[in-house]
Ligand binder design. Structure first.
Ligand SMILES: *[C@@H]1O[C@H](CO)[C@@H](O)[C@H](O)[C@H]1NC(C)=O
Ligand SMILES: *[C@@H]1O[C@H](CO)[C@@H](O)[C@H](O)[C@H]1NC(C)=O
Length: 408
């Protein structure tokens, strides 16, 4: 026992805190545990090497490993999913994108679908009417209009009779602009909040009595932008952050009622207006027209055009295959024990992993490299650095003291 000196006790304490912290993070995260575990074990081994006191560390590692193995082995194979037959699902925002595709898919699976659209005569509504079974009901709802939400509730109740509603898929959402906070209007923030947060809140509150009756499911389509600070997406991200907090709180509160709540976090997909060139040009024109002359001068029109082109190219490169998101929604509706979060699409899991486990400086740089592949700086900064460059060239090439005095 005499080799248990003071340093080794300090070391043991530090290691315990380290592993305890790691375990806590692991348990709190909804990521798949495997990559996180590997990373933390790697880090633990590294710490272990540094301290060069092998025995107690290895013992701790073994204990942690045994606990993890035990907990994964206890999970076992996933139980069979529930049947869609006789289950009614209400889904918002079915004009285009995830909503349109999900409504169609859920109908083909045998669900009784209530699909809301902004425009009953639009392409999306016509497509659903043409291709879906007579079980599907189309409803015109702008979720920012409480009377329309109320009317949809009455129509749904009339069709359901005494039955409850199994699922609510809160899909409707908007992203009204891309741009720096200073270059975004208050109306951009209110526009996003109005639909993504207040609209969803009103729909959810309205349908909760029906959902509680069925001990059903709520599925919220959110975005990684609500958890991570994506550059140039603050209006959208802030509204999704509000939505995420609301959703997570709701999950706790509905637990006693047997209503399960899941969030779907999609990566970048081709939905809504993202591939509509006219829409992008209009947005850009509107920005240039409404921005104060001072800001326009300091940032420069070319800088803003580059931002627009950048995000437009992101949108055109986005994934056209929406099936991972649709699959996640189906899982959330039919899994006996639905997950809290579904990371839908390539790269989302990795993004959350970096955000959750990496030092701030690295995760920050990661997001900047991902989003800000810009060549231009704001105009005022370009002028400033041009001036500094001139100044230093001037000073290096010219030993005339008088000139330097003048510059000071
Ligand atoms: C709706 O989804 C179907 C596929 O499920 C697709 O073919 C169609 O283009 C979509 N319509 C709109 C308006 O997004
Ligand atoms: C929806 O919003 C309207 C207007 O704010 C409100 O009158 C109504 O009570 C809300 N619905 C629910 C269920 O809270």
């Amino acid at each position: 026992m005499d080799h248990y000196t003071l340093p080794s006790w300090i070391y043991l304490a530090a290691l315990t805190v380290f592993i305890g912290g790691a375990t806590k993070k692991l348990l709190a995260s909804h990521l798949s545990a495997a990559p996180a575990l590997v990373a933390w074990l790697g880090a633990t081994v590294l710490v272990d090497r540094l301290w060069a006191l092998c025995l107690p560390a290895m013992l701790l590692l073994l204990v942690v490993l045994a606990c993890c193995l035990y907990s994964t082995s206890r999970t076992g194979p996933p139980p069979a999913t529930l049947t869609p037959h006789g289950k009614a699902v209400f889904i918002t925002g079915c004009d285009t994108g995830f909503g349109n595709a999900t409504a169609k898919h859920l109908d083909s699976m045998g669900f009784e679908v209530f699909a809301t659209v902004l425009d009953l005569t639009g392409d999306g509504a016509r497509e659903l009417r043409r291709t879906c079974s007579p079980r599907l009901t189309l409803l015109q709802v702008d979720i920012t209009q409480p009377q329309q939400v109320q009317q949809a509730l009455l129509d749904t109740k009339a069709k359901l009779g005494p039955r409850g509603l199994w699922g609510l898929v809160n899909n409707a959402g908007v992203c009204v602009n891309f741009g720096e906070i200073e270059l975004s209007f208050m109306s951009n923030y209110r526009g996003c909040m109005e639909v993504n947060f207040f609209g969803t809140l009103n729909v959810t509150k309205s349908f909760l009595p029906l959902l509680r009756r069925a001990r059903g499911r709520i599925v919220v389509i959110s975005s990684p932008a609500g958890d991570q600070p994506f550059p140039c997406l603050s209006a959208y991200g802030a509204s999704k952050a509000a939505l995420n907090l609301f959703t997570n709180t709701l999950r706790h509160e509905l637990e006693p009622w047997g209503v399960r709540v899941s969030t779907v976090l999609p990566s970048s997909y081709k939905t809504g207006q993202s591939s509509n060139h006219v829409y992008w040009e209009q947005q850009h024109k509107q920005l240039l027209q409404n921005l104060s002359p001072a800001l326009l001068e300091e940032y420069g029109e070319d800088y803003m055009t580059e931002t627009k082109d950048l995000f437009q190219s992101f949108a055109s490169q986005a994934n056209p295959d929406l099936s991972p998101v649709i699959e996640a929604i189906v899982q959330a509706l039919l899994a006996p024990r639905p997950q809290v979060s579904y990371y839908a699409g390539p790269g989302v899991g990795l993004m959350y992993f970096i955000h959750t486990y990496f030092p701030f400086s690295i995760s920050n740089r990661f997001l900047q490299n991902l989003f800000m592949k810009k060549k231009l700086m704001p105009l005022a900064l370009r002028k400033q650095s041009g001036f500094e460059l001139n100044l230093s060239l001037h000073n290096n090439n010219n030993n005339n003291n008088e000139e330097e005095e003048k510059l000071k």
